[in-house]
Design a protein around this ligand. Sequence first.
Ligand code: T46
Length: 167
Amino acid sequence: MTEEITRTKFLQPEKKPIDGVIIHPLRVIPDERGRLMEIMRRDDPFFNGFGQVYMTTVYPGVVKAWHYHAVQVDRFTCIKGMIKAVLYDDRENSPTRGALNEIFMGEHNPCLVVIPAGVYHGWKCVGESEAYVVNVPSEPYNRTDPDEYRLDPHVGGIPYDWSRVDG
Ligand SMILES: Cc1cn([C@H]2C[C@H](O)[C@@H](COP(=O)(O)OP(=O)(O)O[C@H]3O[C@H](C)C(=O)[C@H](O)[C@H]3O)O2)c(=O)[nH]c1=O
């Protein structure tokens, strides 16, 4: 009973994915020389062109959030370290408005996450070393007028506490 409650607590966020969000598991192919992992392919069902590819990193304990894009779709993976990615749906008319998704991803759970425009998102490095994220957004970054809207991660009004949950 107790175990079930604990598991439910941690699995709950991914049980009801935000409308349009895709969590796509990535396969790691190891051999005696190292590892290989495909990230995204032109024939993936969610591929609809890309704007650019970039990497961004996050130091242990740091939160990078909340961001959303008006037009851009993000497709990101964590290739080194571990992050807790959190998504929040505040889109008017969305069937999942108010839903939060928590995804623990990275070396121990390789996956690509597709985030539709309008969905707040961000991540925290939950490992002990700098985490490396690769993003393949649908649009190139506009340096003079970025499609990037932000809220403070701690007092921005989104009902999520970024602190670690022990138990
Ligand atoms: C995305 C981008 C940024 N920049 C510049 C703008 C700033 O001077 C600097 C850092 O950018 P930003 O604060 O957007 O970086 P992050 O906070 O790591 O943002 C990333 O992490 C969060 C969680 C996200 O959701 C963003 O979509 C993602 O870009 O690089 C560029 O020059 N080119 C680019 O393509």
